[in-house]
Write a new protein. Structure first.
Length: 370
């Protein structure tokens, strides 16, 4: 099925003006005087041969034979001194040397338009030729470049004294060549074929997890992709189907792979990698957070004290230091069921405790840092 494209310009003409038959100029390097007076030229036709594939019903034509190029003909007005006519005439005489071999030697050695540093070029019997094509504003829009051009025919000059109106003499020169190319100088809209091999690959990765999961909670990884040839997810998930999908995950297994974030949570990051059809890789990541199991190591401690007058701040500092040494990952909260008064002095709050809550403040209602 043909590939779809939204580039509608390819189906429209970029210039709706008709090509003018008078907008041309023909240039032949070896006969510049002839092309100055040229009044007719054409882009030669081309023909592709074909073979016949026989079948028991009928023969089927198939392409594959040689491409053949038709001759091109230049028609020009003959100047009164016959200079342009003689340019082509001498060129033909040099190629055919009907009178003497010296005519061919002169063609190769004395070309005043094609100079060769060695003084003797084996290619002087040929010439480059170009057909310039103009638009309605007389700007060059294309050039037809002919390679290895040489004349093979020159028409006769006819004189007729019976003509009632003056019709200037024209001549036609026929040329052979090896090949021609058409070079354009206008921007033509091209078909923007956005294929799967040059589209940008994309991937996304999310999960059904919401907030901090209990390690026993299961969840699913969800992904989407486009313009990729393969997909894989790390953390031992492995390859997944191209497109979109969901991968069920077991919380009790995945939580053991997680790393500690703080004393209360752990997390694991999943990364999906897609290999694009254009050869580039694309990735997306998603992090799932678990609650750490409450043990004697990290359980939350809450102390509710109304007063602590029988201890000094120094003794409480010592006790707190020992507590933190034994249980560095426990969260500790200090509450006083009282209003008013100086809580720090009344409870003999140790200075290092205050430093852990907030080094820049003496407020004690902040959770200690991990």
């Amino acid at each position: 099925m043909p590939e779809q494209t939204d580039n509608w310009k390819i189906t429209q003409l970029s210039n709706r003006n008709y090509l003018s038959p008078i907008g041309f100029k023909f240039i032949v390097t070896k006969v510049p005087k002839a092309d100055f007076f040229s009044n007719s030229a054409s882009i030669p036709g081309i023909n592709l041969g074909f073979a016949q594939q026989p079948t028991y019903l009928r023969d089927i034509p198939v392409p594959g034979d040689k491409l053949s190029y038709e001759d091109f003909t230049l028609r020009f007005f003959v100047d009164e001194n016959l200079e342009n006519y003689l340019e082509v005439h001498k060129w033909l005489r040099g190629l055919g040397y009907p009178d003497s071999l010296s005519e061919f030697a002169e063609l190769k050695n004395e070309d005043k338009y094609i100079q060769d540093p060695s003084g003797r070029s084996p290619y002087n019997e040929y010439s480059d030729a170009s057909l310039l094509i103009y638009n309605s504003s007389f700007n060059v829009i294309a050039r037809v470049n002919f390679r290895d051009t040489f004349p093979v025919g020159l028409s006769p000059i006819k004189f007729d004294a019976t003509q009632e109106d003056i019709k200037y003499v024209t001549a036609e020169a026929t040329f052979k060549y090896s090949i021609y190319d058409i070079e354009t100088f206008v921007e033509v809209p091209q078909l923007d074929r956005v294929t799967t091999t040059n589209k940008t690959p994309t991937v996304t990765l999310t999960s059904t997890a919401s907030g901090d999961l209990d390690p026993t909670d299961n969840f699913s990884l969800q992904y989407t992709s486009s313009n990729v040839s393969s997909l894989s997810i790390n953390q031992s998930v492995g390859s997944v189907a191209v497109g979109s999908g969901s991968v069920p995950m077991t919380g009790s297994v995945e939580s053991t792979k997680a790393t500690n974030v703080d004393s209360l949570t752990t997390s694991i990051t999943y990364t999906i990698t897609g290999v694009g059809t254009n050869g580039t890789n694309v990735t997306a990541s998603h992090t799932v957070t678990f609650l750490r199991p409450q043990t004697s190591v990290n359980r939350v401690c809450i102390a509710i004290i109304d007063e602590n007058d029988n201890h000094t701040i120094a003794s409480m500092e010592s006790k707190w230091t020992q507590f933190r040494t034994n249980w560095p990952d426990r969260h500790f909260y200090l509450l006083q069921p009282s209003s008013g008064g100086n809580m720090i002095n009344t409870l003999r709050v140790p200075p290092s405790y205050l430093e852990q809550t907030d080094p820049a403040s003496t407020t004690v209602d902040t959770e200690p840092s991990d």
